[in-house]
Design a protein around this ligand. Structure first.
Ligand code: SF4
Length: 461
């Protein structure tokens, strides 16, 4: 009987909010559910179980997921066995309170318990046993040693050429605006060899480009593995991945300026697969604001890293995170940040208007900045970003850049790929070219995209 119910209750839809780490965690949950006989479907309307993998970085992100979970209860009218689960950061942050807010919720699973989702669903479905009562809800939030090692399986989508690889979980910093240390816990690194084995498996399945993920990858393994020949565990990991046949491009996100040392700068010179693109969060270009944010570096030190990377690789591309309107940020402080932002000439940036995050030190800081002033500062940086991004892309017109052909573009009949500097590229191609590294002769550019023709001489097309 339980089996019969299972066979009619095994369609799961996973909706992911937030960052690439969450995408990766969702992929792991999907993979482990598939191994257990569940099928992963593309919409909630085809599902018996909906799992929301949530984000807590901003209050708005939490409200969105809460709204969605509330809305999902309508499916219980048609399907009394329909199950709703919340996983990830908001689950960890809000815990049991979610059941008060959302009485129809069945499952709340924290950031160290993703691997337990199949067991929880199996138990719930079996306890329903046809016409049985609704199973009691499950709350699973505890810390679990080794949970970072459970994010290792991939769905293996057909034709997949890029993959994320989680190398660590958690963060020991305490940036005043950030909820991550609370939701993701202390830093925990996966062993180098396990990561290497995972990447070898991905390469064998046709993946060409990998992005190493962690909240603070420059801290990777610093307490677990020794420095060897002046190289941090993170750089040692990059070197190992460089050697894996089939992998053509390596990226990572996010490093922290504090851990960005000379060995990592030199890795950009020495490792040919490490793409000349770095996403290095600045957050503020004003030392007073950096101190208030509890970011342990100065704008001068950040600039030094940028300069040493440019000295090593002149064509380096820079991306960053910036917060405008942090409590206490005066007009003069912001102008300092804007001047630095302009001077570095970032190619890409995620610009955030500060919003109060409950449970963080900045929540109760005085001198909160009015919303309209945050909007204004945001627009100043957006305009600067547009100027620099457009100039960088226009500078590529007439040049040839290598692109990895990723697949059909979302609209039209063109194909999409990225240059090594992570510029979005659109061009004519065909299915046989997907997964190949091909030169693109660029003939047109906007701030967000470059366009051109593939140079196909000598390429199997
Ligand atoms: S380093 Fe990043 S993840 Fe860690 S507390 Fe700061 S902003 Fe959050």
């Amino acid at each position: 009987m339980a089996f019969e119910l299972f066979s009619t209750m095994n369609r799961v839809y996973i909706k992911t909010y937030g960052c690439q780490m969450n995408e990766r965690d969702s992929e792991q949950v999907a993979s482990s559910l598939r191994d257990r006989g569940y099928s992963i479907v593309d919409t909630e309307y085809d599902a018996d179980v909906v799992l929301l993998n949530t984000c807590s970085v901003r209050d708005q992100a939490e409200q969105k997921a809460i709204g969605k979970a509330g809305y999902l209860k309508k499916h219980k009218k048609d399907n009394p066995n329909f199950l709703i689960g919340v996983m990830g950061c908001m689950a960890q942050n809000r815990g049991a309170e979610l059941f008060d807010r959302l009485p129809d919720l069945d499952l709340v699973v924290g950031t160290q318990k993703f691997h337990r989702v199949p067991d929880h669903l199996d138990n719930m479905i079996q306890s329903m046993n046809g016409q049985g009562p609704r199973p009691s809800s499950v709350l699973d939030l505890g810390e679990e040693a080794g949970s970072q090692n459970t994010i290792r399986d991939h769905i293996g989508k057909k034709g997949q050429v890029q993959a994320f690889v989680s190398i660590m979980q958690g963060c020991n910093m305490n940036c005043a605006f950030c909820i991550v240390p609370k939701t993701r816990g202390r830093e925990r690194a996966r062993p180098i060899q396990e990561i290497v084995d995972e990447v070898i498996g991905l390469a064998e399945s046709g993946v060409k480009e990998i992005t190493l993920l962690g909240q603070i990858v420059t801290s990777y393994g610093r307490r677990d593995f020794p420095v060897v020949n002046g190289k941090s565990p993170f750089v040692q990991l990059l070197e190992k991945i460089e050697e894996i046949p089939g992998i053509e491009r390596i990226r990572f996100t996010s490093p922290h300026p504090r851990g960005f040392k000379q060995d990592l700068v030199e890795a950009y010179r020495d490792l040919s697969k490490l793409c000349e693109y770095v996403h290095l969060p600045l957050q503020a270009g004003c030392n007073k604001t950096l101190r208030a944010m509890n970011r342990p570096y100065t704008k001068e030190r950040y600039r030094e890293i940028v300069d040493s990377l440019r000295a090593m690789v002149p064509s380096m591309y820079f991306s960053t995170d910036i917060i405008v309107g942090f409590p206490g940020e005066t007009e003069a402080d912001f102008n300092e940040t804007a001047a630095m932002f302009d001077d570095i000439a970032f190619d890409m940036a995620y610009i955030f208007k500060y919003s109060i995050r409950t449970g963080t030190p900045a929540e109760t800081m005085p001198d909160q900045i009015p919303q309209e002033e945050k909007e204004r500062r945001n627009q100043v940086l957006l305009d600067l970003l547009h100027k620099h991004s457009l100039a960088r892309n226009e500078g590529l017109v007439g040049t040839t850049e290598q692109v990895l052909v990723e697949g059909p573009a979302k609209k039209g009949d063109k194909y999409v790929g990225h240059t090594r500097g992570w510029r979005n590229a659109i061009f004519d191609a065909n299915e046989r070219l997907v997964g190949q590294l091909v030169d693109l002769k660029i003939d047109r550019a906007t701030a967000s995209t470059v366009y051109g023709d593939l140079v196909l001489a000598g390429v199997e097309a």
